[in-house]
Design a protein around this ligand. Structure first.
Ligand SMILES: [Fe+2]
Length: 365
């Protein structure tokens, strides 16, 4: 059996003729259900080349300068993430060959800013580059709007109320990330080193505007070989119990949208958070810039299958219910961005207060 191609969703068709709407909803059902991914056209996301230019200029700065934006204290959720920091859990914990920038392009719920100070911190920006913040937030916002349109389509494709997902993510800790995959040397290209290890995203929906390569001289160039790119693993079937490896290269003019773990959980696995991997070219010296916007549930949302998707099997698979905010902290610890002490501090703990009361009691004896 040949695999059907990854579907393309035309966002205009979500409000087109009835047959166009049927076609778009079917593309979402098949794409998110089998591949965990769709290509998206008529997305209204502007070209990100100028933003990539600014990010490359930042990456070219001296290490000591970049280190001043290393915000490990914010669990790297803002500012610069150095190489060898984030790791994929299932793939054995090999750190990724990348450096990143994180910022929030959307207005976050002020209540979350107080409750999740690291995840919802104020943005930081590279000094001396006035264009960077506006280009960054514009691109992130446009991707967010496309994401909301897809989430409405996803709800309709599942015969849920149109706002079933979008109402759950208003004011959430959405985050836009820029990534630079680092050049490999001759020896590394022979060692099967991956730019990004196999993982699934932990948010609701991810939007990828498409990346670009830089040749060893630093000039923007076409891919040096067929070795590099985004590959995904499809849903396992009887014929393919390990799923199938499919290349996720969007057709010209399209962006890519991927299902995250939160959407898989809410739909009881009807939509699939797809394992994906970023392979490096087999030619040394090439780097790649890319970007990803992560739409998140509001941190107060419960992560558990929506009532429609609850069966004995899905309840078992996705238990216990947990707040999206808690799940986020747990995942940031798992992937090496937050310290494990973040888990020790979850929720209110009475121990310290009781201990100090007991100490006072000892003092009066
Ligand atoms: Fe990812």
């Amino acid at each position: 059996m040949t695999e059907p191609a990854i579907p393309t969703v035309d966002l205009l068709h979500l409000h087109g003729t009835s047959s166009e709407q049927r076609e778009a909803l079917e593309a979402i059902r098949v794409g998110y259900g089998h591949y965990g991914l769709v290509y998206v056209k008529n997305h209204l996301v502007s070209d990100v080349a100028a933003l990539y230019d600014r990010f490359q200029a930042f990456c070219d700065r001296p290490l000591a300068d970049k280190q001043t934006y290393n915000r490990g204290d914010l669990w790297y959720q803002r500012g610069w993430t150095p190489p060898n920091t984030e790791k994929a859990v299932v793939a054995g914990g090999q750190p990724d060959f990348k450096e990143c920038w994180f910022a929030a392009p959307e207005h976050l719920d002020p209540e979350l800013v107080a409750q999740y100070p690291e995840v919802c911190a104020d943005n930081v920006w590279p000094s001396g580059d006035d264009a960077f913040p506006s280009l960054y937030t514009k691109a992130g916002h446009e991707l967010h709007v496309a994401g909301l349109a897809l989430l409405k389509g996803a709800a309709r494709a599942l015969e849920l109320p149109e706002d079933a997902f979008t109402a759950r993510c208003v004011g959430g800790p959405h985050i836009f990330r820029m990534l630079r995959y680092l050049p490999l040397n001759e020896a590394q290209t022979r060692q099967d080193i991956l730019w990004g290890e196999e993982h699934t995203d932990f948010n609701l929906l991810t939007l990828l505007p498409g990346g670009r390569f830089h040749d060893p001289s630093g000039a923007v160039a076409k891919a040096p070989d067929d070795g590099s790119g985004l590959y995904l693993r499809t849903r396992p079937t009887k014929e393919h119990p390990e799923g199938q490896r499919v290349r996720g290269t969007a057709p010209a003019g399209c962006i890519v949208s991927q299902v995250g773990q939160q959407l898989e959980i809410l739909t009881g696995g009807t939509f699939l958070a797809t394992p994906h991997v970023i392979t490096a070219p087999t030619t040394p010296g090439w780097s790649r810039l890319s970007a990803a916007h992560f739409v998140h549930l509001h941190s107060h949302q419960m992560l558990f299958p929506l009532e429609r998707f609850r069966t004995a099997e899905t309840v078992r698979a996705y238990s216990p219910p947990v707040l999206a905010g808690t799940y986020g902290i747990k995942t940031l610890v798992d992937i090496g961005l937050a310290p494990s002490a973040a888990l020790d501090k979850l929720g209110y703990r009475h121990y310290d207060r009781l201990a100090s009361i007991r100490q006072r009691e000892d003092g009066t004896r």
